[in-house]
Design a protein around this ligand. Structure first.
Ligand code: NAD
Ligand code: ISE
Length: 336
């Protein structure tokens, strides 16, 4: 079978899992090159997977042995690498966020339109998760009436030492922003952040947890708690309240135990385990569609729309008020 030759930029936590996944789980692809500013780790991974190592991500993108690019480096580097991939005319899968601001995403959108070809997919893997997909199917059936409200929780056990308050939105709540826009098929038009008491586990000067409130164009209200230092595990919850019933994600568990007067199950410890199946489906789909020359997953416009909401959230953190989402109208290029 023809194997898509993939270059991966960023061999940190998720880069390594995606390389492993593309090599051992997904069919029809091969990792031919890797790049990271951390040369030691990247070179070790290159030799482990029999791939080339590039010091510069741009050189990897230009390599004729790389047909498609996966970007898993730090958030501020995404924009320049996606733009380089578009310039090279290569399909590119970029981990979220597509760029850190709406302005940055707009550069990508404009470059993709100018290239005349859809090339960009964003790593919003929840769209490939069975729980969220079932929710979408139920909502679309009309049996639940219009969605009126949603309650979301996004907790991580701990954050790394570089944790900055803004990442709580740009890197974390961005998943809820995208999945809610997709589930409700409704754009988000306004946002507000409410700041509770700060946890003692948060570095001096930073804030966590937070509550974000979002309003959609049709008037639905979504509340999102993000808590990056909850200590006990990785906990993703979502409930949508419709006119004629509610939909709630089940806890992701294989086994629940009843013993000694208690009912219990294990809480997964991070996103690698919680969304393992979703990442697999996401990458199999990306490889299959890339080979056909199609972008079928969340696209550059979805990346732009999500970060436009993030911009409004960050502004609300400063002003303490509801802030409108400032967003251009969708170009014909992205209309379905
Ligand atoms: P990480 O810090 O473990 O890894 C990032 C890697 O990028 C590091 O190895 C670093 O050396 C490298 N890097 C930094 N600047 C670079 C540059 N200019 N060129 C090449 N490499 C560079 O972080 P991570 O947790 O693996 O996250 C990486 C990206 O993936 C982030 O954008 C993050 O938001 C995203 N992410 C997505 C999910 C998801 O569920 N979809 C989960 C985790 C991370
Ligand atoms: C991480 O970057 C991810 O994208 C995970 O999916 C998310 O749950 C986590 O909060 C982020 O730090």
């Amino acid at each position: 079978m023809y194997e898509l030759k993939v270059g991966v930029i960023g061999t940190g936590a998720i880069g390594r899992t995606h390389i492993q996944r593309l090599t051992n789980q997904v069919t029809g692809a091969r990792v031919t090159a890797v790049s990271d500013i951390n040369q030691e780790i990247a070179q070790k991974i290159a030799s482990e997977y029999d791939a080339k190592y590039y010091e510069q991500g741009e050189d990897l993108i230009e390599d004729p042995d790389v047909e498609a690019v996966v970007i898993c480096s730090w958030d501020p580097t995404h924009e320049k690498y996606v733009l380089a991939a578009i310039r090279a005319g290569k399909f590119v899968f970029c981990e979220k966020p597509l760029a850190e601001t709406a302005e940055g995403c707009r550069h990508i959108v404009d470059a993709e339109i100018a290239s005349g070809k859809h090339l960009v997919q964003v790593g919003f893997m929840r769209r490939f998760d069975m729980g969220y997909r079932s929710m979408k199917a139920q909502l679309s059936s009309g049996k639940f009436g219009a969605p009126l409200m949603a309650h979301c929780v996004h907790r991580n056990a701990t954050a790394n030492a570089q944790y900055e308050t803004k990442v709580n939105v740009t890197g974390t709540a961005i998943h809820e922003i995208d999945i809610m826009r997709w589930l409700m098929d409704d754009d988000i038009v306004a946002a507000k952040i409410v700041q509770p008491r700060v946890s003692k586990y948060v570095a001096q000067g930073q804030k966590d947890p937070q509550i974000i409130v979002l309003q959609t164009a049709s008037g639905a209200i979504i509340d999102v708690e993000t808590f990056m230092h909850c200590q006990y595990g990785y906990d993703i919850q979502c409930e949508i309240v419709g006119e004629e019933g509610t939909l709630r994600l089940a806890d992701p568990t294989q086994l629940s135990i009843r013993r000694g007067g208690k009912c219990s199950f294990d809480i997964l410890q991070d996103w690698r385990y919680r969304f393992a199946d979703a990442y697999h489906v996401e990458f199999q789909s990306w490889v299959d569609h890339t080979k056909k020359g199609i972008v079928d997953g969340p696209n550059a416009w979805d990346g732009y729309a999500a970060i436009a909401v993030s911009d409004a959230c960050l502004k609300s953190r400063d002003t303490g008020k509801w802030e409108p989402v400032i967003m251009d109208t969708i170009p014909e290029f992205y209309q379905k």
